[in-house]
Design a protein around this ligand. Structure first.
Ligand code: F6P
Length: 548
């Protein structure tokens, strides 16, 4: 079947205007833009929910912005935002709303989905979580033998892991230090073995997080955890003191053997990668306490309101989303690097990978028609300054254009000598070097021999955003999470895709299920795969059995 191709986006007047405009911009250097407007660094900025966004070091002019904003209007971004906030079924292939904004709505708000105001339900779950988290934190909730719970192990994968682990690491400064928090996601025994090493079952609580409660990796790990616990405690009654579940699927939770009284629910209108603010964030709440967790939700909510109500030319998620489209579709930049100059944000790039790439890595429009343009960029990154000593070489002097988001904080949570000034000096220096570079003439003027000048020069003109915040707090983390969520939504809206489904993960899952059966019964079922896959499976079994 020949796929039909959607060219509705690339036929839009604003798109054509941007294509023409790109021709006039592609060779313009940031050096020139800053020379023409010495105040540029104070003009191309926007601020909301404690985040100061400097987007002046982007290859744009006022005209670029005007055209990108026109594109947003032609794509009816405002109407799409309103539809999301009203709980309309914008996740069209799964026919449901994408209503993570309701997870951080204050009690006073009303958000009606299919005739039901969901805000009271959201707060009822948050209150139960707070009660449970407080009992764990102050030692009221004890294990089966009466021991205090000292280890919290989150079992989950994808959004049921990346959100909790990212937020725990990000807010570790605010966490209870006499409890241990561990995370098991991979169906690789190593992950389980290392997470449960040297901890006592009688002091351990497992939080099994799975929206569907059918995810193979999570169920395998949850079964292993149950065995690990019972090997020591020898009584299945112990399970109810050491396991809680977070899921939308009550039936599967009870089939697994977790008492549904120990279950925290959420709703099918919360996507996995958007679920940190639901009960999926329980481990984070236990770590940092209910008040800090609620402060994180407040940060999200402030950004939500900013996204909903601010004019687009001052709207952080809209500006960042449109800049991502500008580089992705006109400069052909395939990736974006996210570079937090904050060690606590070490898992933030990994979290953003799922958020962005699972949301917008789609090749058909909401109408099921093939796109004739690129969709999601590849997201990657590491905390600064470590990245500077590994991959920044390519960003500075490689042949690819890699727009970067630099994230920094004015106050450190761990003052130590001159460290923070050195750290931030590096952030500022990198954005300056990337933008302005160093010409061969400048290099030569320093006395560099001719033969080395080309190697030592920097073209510059590498675009960056800088997000500068006062301090890493639960509130500021929440604001950043919502900022990126809404930037992803902005991009998905321009590209006319459903940012809330993830059909691309299904084929691999189905094939793996079949292969598991074949590997378990190699004599009964002949491998019915291509010659490469079958040969690999045979070799795997031969060598595995040889070791046995
Ligand atoms: O990888 C697909 C996916 O469905 C993600 O979207 C999701 O976050 C993850 O698997 C885990 O799903 P669940 O929470 O249902 O176990």
């Amino acid at each position: 079947m020949t796929p039909s191709i959607s060219n509705s986006l690339t036929k839009r007047p604003a798109w054509h205007a941007l294509e023409d405009h790109y021709q006039s911009m592609k060779d313009v250097h940031l050096r020139q833009l800053f020379a023409e407007d010495p105040q540029r660094g104070e003009r191309f900025v926007a601020e909301a929910a404690g985040i100061y966004l400097d987007y002046s070091k982007n290859r744009i002019t006022r005209e670029t912005l005007r055209l990108l904003l026109r594109l947003a209007d032609e794509c009816q971004l405002r109407e799409h935002i309103t539809a999301m906030f009203k709980g309309e079924p914008i996740n069209s292939t799964e026919q449901r709303p994408a209503l993570h904004i309701a997870l951080r709505a204050p009690r006073s708000e009303k958000i009606v989905v299919e005739g039901i105001d969901v805000v009271p339900e959201v707060h009822a779950v948050l209150d139960r979580m707070a009660d449970f988290a407080s009992k764990l934190r102050d030692g009221q909730w004890r294990g089966y033998t009466g021991q205090r719970i000292r280890n919290i192990v989150n079992i989950g994968i994808g959004g049921s892991d990346l959100g909790p682990v990212m937020a725990y690491e990000a807010l570790r400064h605010y966490s209870l230090r006499d409890m241990n928090f561990r995370f098991i996601s991979n169906v690789d025994g190593t992950d389980f073995a290392e997470a449960t090493r040297a901890i006592a079952p009688e002091e351990t609580l497992f939080i099994v997080c799975s929206k569907t409660f059918t995810t193979t990796e999570t169920l395998e790990n949850a079964h292993a955890a149950r065995q690990w616990l019972l090997a020591k405690l020898k009584d299945s009654l112990a399970v109810s003191r050491h396991f809680v579940a977070v899921s939308t699927n009550t039936e599967e939770v009870s089939k697994f053997g977790i008492d549904t009284a120990n279950m925290f629910g959420f709703w099918d209108w919360v996507g996995g990668r958007y679920s940190l603010d639901s009960a999926i964030g329980l481990s984070t709440m236990v770590a940092v306490g209910p008040d800090n967790f609620r402060a994180m939700l407040e940060g999200c909510h402030s950004m939500d309101q900013h996204f909903l109500t601010s004019p687009f030319d001052r709207n952080l998620p809209v500006l960042m989303g449109l800049l991502a489209v500008w580089y992705n579709n006109f400069f052909d930049a395939a990736s974006i690097a996210v570079l937090p100059y904050e060690q606590y944000l070490k898992r933030f790039p990994a979290y953003l990978q799922q958020l962005t790439m699972e949301s917008n890595g789609k090749h058909v429009t909401v109408g099921g028609v093939h796109v004739d343009y690129q969709t999601s960029p590849i997201i990657w990154g590491e905390p600064g300054t470590n990245g500077q000593h590994s991959f920044y070489q390519l960003i500075h002097q490689g042949t690819r254009l890699i727009p970067c988001d630099f994230i920094g904080f004015c106050q450190t949570l761990n003052p130590l000598g001159n460290h923070h000034d050195v750290l931030m000096a590096n952030l500022f220096a990198q954005t300056e070097a990337l933008a302005f570079g160093k010409t061969e003439d400048e290099v030569k003027a320093e006395g560099t021999p001719d033969w080395l000048c080309a190697h030592r020069s920097f073209e510059g003109n590498r675009p960056t955003n800088t997000l500068l915040l006062e301090r890493l707090t639960p509130y500021s983390l929440g604001a950043m999470i919502a900022l990126y969520e809404h930037s992803v939504f902005t991009q998905g809206t321009i590209w006319e895709i459903d940012s809330f489904d993830q059909w691309g993960v299904e084929l691999g899952k189905a094939l793996a299920r079949r292969i598991i059966t074949e590997l378990d019964n190699p004599d009964e079922t002949p491998f019915r795969h291509d010659s490469s896959t079958s040969a690999l499976m045979r070799r795997y079994l031969r060598l595995k059995n040889a070791a046995a």
